[in-house]
Design a protein around this ligand. Structure first.
Ligand SMILES: [Zn+2]
Length: 883
């Protein structure tokens, strides 16, 4: 374990490395419990100054076996080796070669960081600081070296041996039953991108010809027998490679690109140079085993990791504070890819729903932090929605502010200027300033100021002067460590919609047309005036969600219904329905808590009926419009003194009202969309199934017997996982006999497939009934469950804590007790997983007083536990606000 005290690392303390590494030759002799690692590093002094600095290499849990400098053993008095550091106080003041031999135990590595065993497969995970668990090294991203890796292993235990780069040599070790492979990666890279895999793996192979005509071998390695489930992943990879050439001019650089799927993985996937390692959940798919949603996630994550080859690998981060430089930018790129491959409007709505459900919630609570944090205790805890999803929004705002041409020029300059370097956010943004001549100093506040900006917009039409005035006031609430804020630059895409549904031309008071329909708000309070407006329009604001803000506008229910039916911006059509529903739900929660009856608003019902009736709309869009705001969305809107039972009850009641009111149309659509067609995961098929299942879900919410039997029948006759899982998800919300039968049947059908059994765990964890906590506890003893596998823990316990607001937030506090006890049990084995699970309590302060006290007491018990990992200690201290 690490011995250093809990002292924060600060961005302002950054210093270039004292020593650089030019080449790394690794020789790894794999053994389940005693893997020997020989590392030969060529080191040279950094450009830090004249005096030669001590050489301090990072380690974690290492045992040094031998140490040689320029071929000679280093005398014991000249170095100090502990499990977490190797120090040579007076190294030669010149380049030299250091050979380090260590021994590690992959089977004992339950943290899944460094080199570990997943089943019978050896694999590595080095981001952020895992390489130091393999050998002593300056384990920081601004030390970029050229790696050559020799792997040796027992031939039957590990017939496949992989590492980064191109294969240069392979063969048998005579007389030993062992064999070896040598891989060379010519591109300098930071240690966190190192990867190695060994095991008995099957492979699917394909080829890709790059835009300059080079042939690249593509391989996906999986457990033998799972090859047929790689078709979609391979297809996604080829489309992603082509798209990056077309959209960004980026071509792949090595002779081979490999993906390995493993079943024990802390994250989704990892972009190691030329050798991506994936959680198998994001590789394996077939119509019978994966839902449309799984297909979309696989496509997006395969693309995301591939896109890192340029944004992350060729140009990496100078330090971990710059994590958003690779993650925010790469999320933006994968979202754009998905938008081009599927429906742009549907992709945007889905992305914004995710942003609000996770990032806005993070921003509003004790874990709020800037897109680029200024300090951290444990970097593993900053792989957050803020760094990823809000980081992507910041890149999107650059594109909105500068326009697509300048954006592409800026990206081209970034690739040209910083290829092969470890860069900063300032260097990235400077490229856009240089190509566009735009001053972006104020824009940088998006990286440094935490919190979701709140914008109040009020428009007024003056018929006499034919002008429309829009007043915009912005504010940014305080967040931990940031009591007061400066105004942001907010790109606000706007339209003024005339009575016929068409946009009125936008001419500013000085006679210029508004470029690209985007207002740039910079002041705390500003007024924009549009001239020559011939009729009273309805304003459509923040179109396409042009800025990640919370917008309050003076729109009436009639205005919102009009926008829902007529706005040419599909995002705002959807948003208008969401706003109507959210207003109604917030009122209904208040009415329920006051003992009154809920309102039944015809405005929302009419808007939904009109959208369902509009045959020109993409069915996937209609499905999203029919999905009411989630419980977390409603709670966020209420903001304080939240009673999760009342939120659940109000939402469930409104879903039943919508289902009843629209039953005729919902049944019609369900039947119309039920015609038998072979399953295809393409956009049209996905859209059809999404709408059909949304209709079913609202019908079942009424608990009509005909709807419940329709769901039970769909469960039985479905020929694909999407329809079967959707029917089961709908049924599982209600205590009806059909539910128990379907849940039993589902397990019996898929018991041999852990990824599908995960779905079974998740559905049961989400049941909104008091018995669910006992059910979840009982399932932890199920033979298919294991605390050692992150996918199992996430599918059962994280699903309960994150997706079941009602039962996790039980009024007796038993949900908090269960989750925090699980965190403490997990922490010694897998601290990253434990810390993530604990973050489920991040919104405890907004709860009503009884639950708030119980949540705080549970958090305090975690804080008081002995020997917490740095990961959990950091999360609990920040969540309590007592760090
Ligand atoms: Zn990433």
């Amino acid at each position: 374990m690490r011995t250093e005290e809990a002292r924060p690392i600060r961005l302002e303390d950054y210093r270039p490395p004292d020593w650089l590494v030019e080449t790394v030759e690794l020789d790894v002799a794999l053994d389940p419990t005693a893997t020997r690692v020989r590392a030969a590093l060529t080191l040279k002094p950094g450009s830090n100054g004249a005096a030669p600095a001590p050489l301090v290499l990072d380690g974690e849990g290492l045992i040094l076996k031998s140490l040689m400098l320029d071929g000679a053993a280093v005398p014991a008095e000249q170095y100090v080796a502990t499990s977490d550091r190797l120090t040579i106080a007076q190294p030669p003041p010149r380049a030299f070669r250091l050979e380090i031999e260590t021994e590690i135990d992959p089977s004992a590595n339950t943290q899944l960081l460094g080199l570990y065993r997943s089943g019978r497969i050896y694999c590595t995970q080095c981001e952020a600081e895992g390489f130091r668990r393999i050998t002593y090294f300056p384990d920081r991203p601004d030390v970029m070296a050229v790696y050559t890796t020799r792997i040796e292993a027992d031939k039957t235990d590990a017939p496949v041996l992989l590492a980064n780069g191109n294969l240069v040599e392979a063969g048998d070790v005579p007389g030993s039953g062992r064999h070896f492979a040598v891989w060379h990666d010519p591109f300098p890279k930071p240690s966190y991108l190192f990867a190695l895999v060994g095991g008995n793996l099957a492979c699917v192979e394909d080829r890709f010809r790059t835009m300059s005509g080079r042939d690249v071998t593509l391989r996906i390695y999986v457990e033998p027998g799972k090859e047929p489930r790689c078709v979609h992943a391979m297809d996604s990879l080829k489309r992603a490679m082509r798209w990056d050439e077309t959209a960004f001019g980026r071509e792949y650089d090595l002779d081979i690109f490999m993906i390995v799927a493993v079943s024990d993985f802390n994250m989704g996937a990892m972009e190691n140079k030329g050798l991506n390692v994936f959680n198998d959940k994001y590789v394996l798919a077939s119509p019978e085993t994966a839902t449309d949603n799984d297909y979309e996630r696989i496509e997006a994550i395969i693309a995301h990791e591939y896109f890192h080859n340029w944004t992350g690998n060729r140009i990496t981060c100078r330090d971990w504070f710059q994590l958003c430089l690779k993650e925010g930018l790469t999320v933006f790129r994968d979202q754009e890819f998905s938008a081009d491959e599927r429906s742009r409007a549907v992709e945007r709505i889905s992305d914004v729903r995710g942003l609000r459900a996770h990032q806005f919630v993070e921003d509003a609570g004790p874990l709020a932090h800037p897109v680029r944090p200024a300090l951290y205790h444990e970097i593993n805890n900053f792989y957050t929605a803020t760094v990823y999803e809000k980081g992507a929004e910041v890149v999107r705002m650059l594109k909105t502010l500068l326009g697509p041409d300048n954006f592409r020029k800026g990206m081209d300059l970034y690739f040209a200027r910083h290829d092969g370097e470890a860069a900063t956010v300032e260097q990235f943004v400077q490229c856009f300033a240089d190509v566009s001549g735009t001053e972006l100093a104020q824009f940088m506040r998006w990286y440094s100021q935490a919190g979701t900006p709140e914008v109040i917009a009020a428009g007024r039409y003056d018929a006499r002067t034919r002008t429309y005035r829009l007043e915009v006031v912005q504010s940014l609430p305080p967040t931990p460590g940031q009591p007061s804020k400066e105004p942001m630059v907010i790109p606000l895409a706007v339209g003024l919609v005339g009575r016929d549904g068409r946009d009125l031309p936008l001419t500013l008071a000085d006679g210029r047309p508004l470029a690209r329909g985007v207002l740039t708000v910079k002041q705390p309070s500003e007024t924009f005036e549009f001239a020559d407006i011939g009729e009273a329009p309805v304003p459509s604001l923040n179109r396409g969600f042009s800025a990640p803000i919370k917008l309050v506008a003076n729109l009436t229910a009639d205005d919102l219904r009009f926008l829902a039916a007529r706005d040419c911006d599909p995002f705002n059509r959807w948003q208008a329905v969401q706003t109507l529903a959210t207003r109604l739900l917030v009122d209904n929660v208040a009415a329920l808590r006051a003992g009154g009856a809920a309102h039944r608003d015809a405005g929302l019902l009419d808007a939904l009926a009109a959208i369902l009736d509009d045959g020109a709309l993409d069915p996937a869009f209609v499905a999203l419009a029919l999905t009411l705001p989630g419980e977390a969305d409603i709670a966020r809107e209420i903001g304080r003194d939240v009673d999760p039972d009342a939120v659940f009850a109000a939402r469930a009641a409104l879903r039943a009202v919508v289902g009843e009111h629209l039953a005729g149309a919902l049944f019609d659509h369900y039947r119309r969309l039920s015609e038998a067609r072979p399953y295809r995961p393409d956009a049209a098929g996905v859209a059809r199934r999404a709408l059909r299942n949304a209709c079913l879900d609202l019908l079942v919410a009424t608990r009509r017997p005909d709807a419940i039997s329709l769901a039970a029948r769909q469960y039985q006759v479905a020929d694909n996982m999407t329809d079967r899982a959707a029917a089961l998800a709908t049924l599982s919300l209600y205590d009806v006999p059909e539910r128990a039968a379907a849940l039993d049947d589902f397990y019996a059908r898929y018991r041999g497939d852990p990824l599908i059994v995960d779905k079974w765990f998740t559905l049961q964890a989400a049941i909104p009934e008091p018995a669910t906590l006992d059910r979840v506890k009982a399932l932890t003893a199920h033979s298919a469950f294991s605390f050692a596998n992150p996918n199992r823990v996430r599918s059962l316990i994280s699903a309960f804590a994150m997706a079941n607001q009602k039962e996790f937030n039980r009024a007796d506090g038993a949900g908090y007790d269960f989750v925090t006890e699980t965190v403490l049990a997990l922490d010694p084995k897998n601290p990253q997983l434990a810390a993530r699970l604990l973050s489920a309590l991040k919104s405890w302060r907004v709860l009503e007083p009884t639950r708030r006290a119980l949540a705080q007491a549970a958090l305090r018990r975690v804080a008081a536990a002995p020997a917490l990992s740095p990961d959990v200690r950091d999360i609990v201290a920040r969540t309590l606000g007592e760090d």
